[in-house]
Design a protein around this ligand. Structure first.
Ligand code: CP
Ligand code: NVA
Length: 313
């Protein structure tokens, strides 16, 4: 049977239906099980080549994508922006058309989401978002997979605290909406999710039965939460706003006092990298509730699933 994702772009969580998200997670779980059974090499993408372009630094995404490709017998080619003529001003649309003649997929981490949209418009091969200013869909898929390993995602209260207007928060919100879960985002009003993302999530929620709440009160979000999630206060590319954002978000730190309000068996999640002493304390990050390493590992399994479903017919 042909994969419903075959040949498609993945720029946003919203590019996937609830059923397709379920499919990605089913395949990811199967790959994870096989990985632990010693079956790491699955030559499903033999002969395929994937270009990975990075306008910003990356540890998890870059390494897990390269390893995912290699474990599926594909060849990843990673470039920083300045390795390419893109860094000297060659237009995105020209880069897209040229790379499409050589590789089977283009994945990119970019500053502006529009760069991905342009890449996708001119590319004749699938384009995958490795993080933009708007979304981080591969992260959200791994996040949902991780939540499902500990909780019933449709029953759990998921509290996201901090900058609810960033890429990670947006994709998590859309992914929870798609899976019919319950998410409470706590942030100062200026850092609430972007209106278009919120509307998209609410539209999805009206179909899936998801519950979406926004609050300014971190304690209200934390009370009884099964999952507590946070991300950095200052995202890559926002360095000039660093002091202002740290001031705005000071009250949203995830620390032991806040975790005491959560469910007895709550888990703590963070996409990483973490800034200890800012959005989360060392104690919580290293504490028994923290599942951040498992969460990071799941990037590999989810991305193998995404690559296999998009690239093998
Ligand atoms: N979480 C995540 O995307 O990490 P990297 O920036 O290291 O890729
Ligand atoms: N919001 C963070 C996520 C890093 C993986 C950033 O964009 O820097």
């Amino acid at each position: 049977m042909t994969s419903p994702l075959y040949g498609r772009d993945l720029l946003s969580v919203n590019d996937l239906s609830p059923h397709e998200i379920q499919l990605v997670l089913d395949v990811a779980r199967d790959f994870k099980r096989r990985y632990y059974a010693g079956e790491r090499q699955l030559p499903l993408l033999q002969g395929k080549t994937i270009a990975l372009i990075f306008e910003k630094p990356s540890t998890r995404t870059r390494v897990s994508m390269e390893v995912a490709a290699l474990q599926l017998a594909a060849t990843p080619l990673s470039f920083n922006r300045n390795d390419l003529q893109l860094g000297r001003g060659e237009p995105v649309k020209d880069t897209a058309r040229v790379l499409s003649r050589y590789v089977d997929a283009i994945a990119a981490r970019v500053y502006r989401h529009d760069t991905l949209v342009e890449l996708a418009a001119y590319s004749t091969v699938p384009v995958i978002n490795l993080l933009s200013d708007l979304e981080h869909p591969l992260q959200a898929l791994a996040d949902i997979m991780t939540i499902m390993e500990f909780k019933d995602v449709r029953r759990a209260k998921i509290a996201y605290l901090g900058d609810a207007r960033n890429n990670v928060a947006h994709s998590l919100l859309l992914a929870v909406a798609k899976t019919g879960g319950h998410i409470v985002l706590a942030s100062p009003p200026q850092l609430a999710p972007r209106q278009d993302i919120l509307e998209a999530a609410r539209t999805t929620a009206s179909v899936t039965g998801a519950t979406i709440e926004l609050t300014e009160d971190p304690y209200e979000a934390a009370r009884g939460a099964d999952v507590v999630y946070t991300d950095v206060w200052v995202s890559m590319g926002e360095e000039e706003k660093a002091e202002e954002k740290k001031r705005m978000l000071k009250g949203y730190q995830v620390n032991e006092k806040l975790m005491e309000l959560t469910a007895n068996d709550s888990i703590f999640m963070h996409c990483l990298p973490a800034h200890r002493g800012e959005e989360v304390t060392e104690e919580v990050l290293e504490g028994s509730r923290s599942v951040v390493w498992q969460q990071a590992e799941n990037r590999l399994h989810v991305q193998k699933a995404v690559l296999a479903l998009i690239l093998s017919g």
